[in-house]
Design a protein around this ligand. Sequence first.
Ligand SMILES: *Cc1c(COP(=O)(O)O)cnc(C)c1O
Length: 343
Amino acid sequence: MIQQLVRSNILQLKPYASARSEFTGQAEVFLDANESPFDTGYNRYPDPLQHTLKASVAQLKGVPASQIFLGNGSDEAIDLLMRIFCEPGQDHIIILPPTYGMYRVSAAIAGVDVREVPLQPGSFQPRVEAVLEAADEHAKLLFLCTPNNPTGNSFRPELLRELVQGFPGIVVVDEAYIDFSAQQSCTHWLSEFPNLVVMQTFSKAWGLAGIRLGMAFASEEIIGYLNKVKPPYNINQLTQEVALKALQQAEAQQQAVQQLLGQRTLLQQYLISLPFVERIYPSDANFLLVQVDGPRRIYDYLVARGIIVRDRSQVALCEGCLRITVGLPEENERLFRALVEYE
Ligand SMILES: *Cc1c(COP(=O)(O)O)cnc(C)c1O
């Protein structure tokens, strides 16, 4: 069933066979990859399939290593899925705005059309019937972002399930902010739905945006296609090492998340006391979507004070809104002190 959704050029593709992936077994002398023999710590190509790192991710997430793909950020997984499943000029993707901007950009680069089914205004929940109505045989990918960026809310699990069950193509659930949410990850549906892809990242709760590492969890069949089309050494040695070390100290990540959740509540309390704050949307993420009177003026005022937030006021259904990331206690206090003096 998945195979019928894959572009024919990808089905026919004979992938690049790297020197290191052609050899299996034990060896001591490596004269196969034109590497330098001088030990710099990094003179050898990295493991193309990141076995050690995947074993550690598998243990933490409770997903078998054979159902894990690692990418150069989630953005790489998004781009590869686009190129595996969508025939340019023929197929399209479905997105539920307001949402993460990269789905649209990635589609535009691939020459793939985008159909929009906006979220319910205010509640920002998906309109399941409208999404499924928009899904014809050329709708290859449905992107669901939960908790959603920039609205911060999670989709109700029963709505998510209806979408995963009812959509005829591949459903990509982007869980970049799942560690800040009380909701369960959709990875527990993987054994039930071969068309489901769940994405997570090291860029947010793990505090490792700089190493560029994203995770995709899916059926072995989909993982096979991702591995087939990825650049051979897409995750460099430094990234693999840093991520492995972070996974071995997972309590530090839990503590950071707990601190940010506490700060999120505090920031909410600060902000709601300000006269020009009209509404703060409930957040399951490490940011708040805040509706204010005069967003652009407030944005410019903060910039002049050296504080940068995200102006989302021109985004449909986010009119009047700023998106504010939860920072350190002193950063949040500095924001609040600046806003108290705003007039
Ligand atoms: C930040 C974010 C990501 C992370 O992308 P990376 O390429 O892994 O840094 C993915 N999805 C959403 C919705 C995000 O907001």
